[in-house]
Design a protein around this ligand. Sequence first.
Ligand code: ZN
Length: 130
Amino acid sequence: MSITNAQPTPEALLRRLSRLARRSLFGTLSETYRTCGRPGCRCHQGHKHGPHLYVSFRGPNGTTGYYVPQALAEPMRAGVAAWQELQGVLRELAELNRQRLWARKPTRGPRRSDGSSPTRATSHLRDDSA
Ligand SMILES: [Zn+2]
């Protein structure tokens, strides 16, 4: 096989994107401690309830958010982590797209004597051993 550990194919990246997107959740996680309304509760003496997982994000009317039920805290964290990983994969894909665009760029000038592909020229540029 000609598969090296150099670069994933766009198809492989799209498969990863699809997997991650299916469990992605959006927002910034933070933990808060709260006091309740019960009179005489220990939370009013400084032992606040928590941590409560809170998700904030920028909505159309500014920053907003919601509390995550305790039972859903773990999958919520995993979902936000998936979102962040998704951004990384998207960047990889965007870089591949850029390389493809560059490779497709019409070569101006007369020097196109040999049949070397622009892709190969790019990989030559990359291994500059100093
Ligand atoms: Zn309380």
